[in-house]
Design a protein around this ligand. Sequence first.
Ligand SMILES: [Zn+2]
Ligand SMILES: [Zn+2]
Length: 111
Amino acid sequence: MLDLEVKHEKCTICKHDYTSIHTEVAPGVNIYVCTNCLEAAKHNFIWICMSCGKVYLRPKKLVIERLKDQELKRAYMLCEDMQIIQGIDMCIACDPEGIKNYMETHKAAMC
Ligand SMILES: [Zn+2]
Ligand SMILES: [Zn+2]
């Protein structure tokens, strides 16, 4: 028998596909992620802005290559094989001035 009780929501990342898969991106905050976007998360770090809903996707290799801080780099390399989607409070669209510092400190806490 088909389970019609399973809740299908629009994918938070691509806002296109419907999915029942969800993940916690911040304490108490769940988002829905379709299989395509989960696949993308294998090769990309994905950040989602909790404020405006904008999604940022960056190739993992590129992020790691660009990091100059060795500690941070090591932390990121540990996450290379994990599917990481993380919620951020604000993004560049919400906070064009403060974003740089915010993203840097956020990155450090990412793992
Ligand atoms: Zn999706
Ligand atoms: Zn935003």
